[in-house]
Design a protein around this ligand. Structure first.
Ligand code: ZN
Length: 285
């Protein structure tokens, strides 16, 4: 059991890692990040740059004309069309949406049959707000993804969420290959340090793929390096962190991807291509 969750010995994508880029998110503002991509055109351009820098998956949120987060299906459709025209990156839509949205609102982009989508596996404090995902809601969301053949990223902000994900697997609502997103460093959630991330990873079923997500500059750096050491995948981008170094704003999402790719190559790992991810995670053609 010692190697449970530590995918190094039989890691998928041997010698590779997978970089996801979360280019926009729901919370980041232009005040915090003057180059934040907001319009569908800007998001597609950012996705292409991120892809060229080594990202294989785009974690996608969209905004309305005023820059506020929206789960509007037409905005997602327009953005996804532009992204697909711009590059071959795998699209993972958010079903987390933004604080205060209903599940019905949040799951609208699933109607567009993206290859992947995030699936929040429980409730968590989120700064001064909170994200609610009751068990019936988590199940409903998982069922929709299963029926549509969308590969979920099982987002776990807490250890209880890992156990909820296991329940979904037992109930047949989620099928392998399993891909987890371990989210640490959210204010009100679990603090990000290497030991905690390792503990979470060790709790995942053998053979699981997992992506480390650190919220904020410090957590993001720890999550990135620890995941690469443990055989996990990594996520960067303005949703999670806008800094390249302490006090130094990243000029673009692509610059954060380039840094992650460099960190991977320093450890002998090559960033996987979107097609390698499609094969590994058995994404719907
Ligand atoms: Zn997100």
């Amino acid at each position: 059991m010692a190697t449970r969750g530590r995918t190094r010995p039989s890691r998928p994508l041997e010698g590779k890692t997978v970089i996801t880029c979360a280019v926009t998110g729901a919370e980041t503002t232009r005040e915090q990040c003057p180059t934040l991509p907001i319009t569908p055109e800007e998001i597609a351009a950012a996705a292409r740059e991120a892809r060229l820098a080594g990202a294989a998956i785009l974690h996608l949120h969209v905004r309305d004309a005023g820059g506020a987060p929206t789960q509007d299906v037409e905005t997602f459709r327009a953005t996804m069309d532009l992204v697909r025209d711009a590059c071959d990156i795998v699209i993972e839509v958010t079903t987390g949406g933004a604080v205060g949205m209903t599940l019905e609102e949040r799951t609208q982009p699933l109607a567009l049959d993206p290859e992947m989508a995030s699936l929040d596996c429980g409730t968590v404090n989120f700064g001064d707000d909170y994200i609610v995902n009751t068990l019936p809601e988590v199940r409903r969301c998982a069922r929709q993804m299963k029926e549509r053949g969308i590969r979920p990223t099982l987002e776990c902000f807490d250890l209880s969420h890992v156990d909820t994900a296991a329940m979904l697997v037992e109930e047949g609502l989620v099928e392998p290959p399993l891909h987890y997103g371990i989210v640490l460093g959210v204010p009100g959630g679990v603090r990000c340090d290497a030991g905690t991330l390792e503990f979470f990873a060790a709790r995942l079923p053998a053979g699981s793929r997992w992506t480390a997500i650190g919220a904020g500059g410090r957590a993001s750096a720890i999550a990135l390096r620890t995941a690469l050491e443990l055989g996990g995948f990594v996520r960067v981008g303005f949703e999670d962190n806008v800094y390249l170094d302490k006090g130094v704003r990243a000029p673009s999402n692509a610059e954060l991807v380039r840094r992650a790719a460099w960190e991977a190559r320093e450890r002998g790992l090559e960033p996987a291509t979107p097609d390698e991810v499609r094969e590994d995670l058995r994404l719907r053609p």
